[in-house]
Write a protein that binds this ligand. Structure first.
Ligand code: SF4
Length: 420
């Protein structure tokens, strides 16, 4: 495991990284470091949070106390930062600290105020219920400008012990498979919630849908596809247009499934996450995916998706940093960078855009006690992916800094002028 004792002395700090990469804006570097190290809120900052105004989730402050903390926030350049109060970090670098001073929220580090931050706001539809009596915030969730539906809360890769992706804590603890027999009321709730949500003028820039992998059906992922199609159609009823400004992040569908998805919905982009670019490390980190589909086939399906949806309309998420996890990852950041960029270029050359998910070893994941790489590494990879997007004229609008806000290389994509 990477030794992070005295990490502040051993790694380039944010100012040094900013000086090393003058074409990467300081606020984007700050966001990258926030994603890498996480945040905690001071008690007075949590006391200043207003659940009637801010978008919050309950977090554990100590063993027997929960408080609402903002789910995410904006920086002053509009960058959306998807980070809430982390409950535990004993094995990792200290997180940034969000404090409340003179009526404003600030991000601080080592006692120094860095930037004012602006917590995301609660949407108007929260607190309302559907005609079936379901609280609408259970049907859909939001980010600052994104409306989200998660039609299932299960991932079959966890069915076999330790076969879920090693960095993931989604569904690893609460693995509750409700099967595929969804009642009509489930989809009616989605339509009603979408109709209500979109009454709020100017709030949403797109719709996002994702869930865990369902391996069941006549062919693998058929049941998952069915649920996505019905859920997308349910959201589509809230739109007058034939197309929907929407993205799904699903398992890697085959050609038949991809054509069905496109023809029966009206979505215009597609995302399926390869997660790890190096095939051997992929087999170690994502054993369930490797056994079900395999690295090569996952990539073949991405290329097939480009044929069906078009160049620049398909992207894949990469959990950057996990390629350096011990004991089977790369031994140095230089080695990891060279391999990552070579494989990233192959994908982008073939029309697949890349989205970075920063690996943060989180509680509930198999790699919880590990540490992620340096800020320098993350900025280098984010800049490298951005350079590839410029070279191959790729940009993924549904995942950009406003709509998603989770992908550090796409914060840089807003600076691309394709007319150059
Ligand atoms: S596919 Fe992997 S990353 Fe996605 S929910 Fe399942 S275990 Fe987690």
């Amino acid at each position: 495991m990477a030794d992070i004792t005295n990490w502040r002395e051993r790694e380039l700090n944010i100012e040094q990284v900013a000086a090393k990469y003058p074409d990467v804006p300081y606020l984007i570097i700050l966001k990258i470091d926030i994603k890498r190290r996480g945040v905690i809120y001071t008690e007075r900052a949590l006391e200043a949070v207003d659940p009637e105004f801010h978008l919050v989730q309950a977090v554990n402050i100590n063993t027997d106390e929960e408080m609402p903390a903002p789910l995410g926030f904006l920086l002053r350049d509009g960058s959306s930062v998807c980070e809430t109060h982390i409950e535990t970090y004993p094995f990792h670098r200290e997180p940034y600290v969000i404090d409340h001073i003179d009526g404003k929220f600030y991000i601080t580090d080592n006692g120094k105020i860095l930037e004012e931050i602006f917590p995301w706001e609660r949407p108007d539809f929260y607190g309302k219920i559907t005609s079936h009596g379901t609280p609408m915030e259970q049907v859909a969730q939001v980010r600052s400008q994104r409306f989200e539906v998660h039609p299932n809360l299960v991932c079959h890769f966890w069915d076999n012990p330790k076969e879920g992706c090693k960095y993931c804590n989604l569904f690893s603890v609460h693995h509750n498979d409700k099967g595929t027999g969804y009642p009509d009321s489930f989809f009616e709730d989605i339509t009603e919630t979408a109709v209500e949500a979109f009454k709020q003028k100017g709030r949403y820039a797109n719709v996002h849908m994702t869930a865990g992998s369902l391996l069941t059906g006549k062919e693998i992922f058929d049941d998952e596809l069915e649920i996505y199609i019905k859920s997308i159609q349910a959201v589509g009823k809230a739109f007058r247009e034939q197309w929907i400004p929407m993205q799904i992040v699903s398992s890697a569908f085959n050609e038949r499934q991809l054509k069905r998805l496109k023809n029966e919905t009206g979505i215009t982009t597609y995302d399926t996450d390869i997660e790890v670019l190096n095939p051997e490390i992929y087999r170690w980190i994502c054993p369930g995916k490797a056994r079900a589909i395999g690295h090569n086939e996952w990539i073949n399906r991405l290329y097939k998706a480009v044929e069906i949806f078009g160049h620049g309309r398909v992207n894949t998420g990469v959990v950057v940093g996990v390629e350096l996890a011990e004991p089977n990852g790369f031994k140095s950041e230089d080695e990891a960078y060279a391999d990552t960029m070579r494989r990233a270029e192959e994908l982008t050359k073939n029309g697949v855009a890349l989205t970075i998910n920063v690996w943060t070893p989180c509680k509930g994941s198999i790699l919880f006690k590990h540490n992620n790489p340096s800020l320098d590494y993350y900025v280098r990879v984010a800049k490298g992916f951005n350079d590839l997007h410029r070279k191959y004229k790729l940009s993924i609008i549904p995942d950009d800094y406003r709509r998603c806000g989770n992908h550090i290389n796409l914060d840089l994509d807003r600076l691309i002028d394709f007319d150059d």
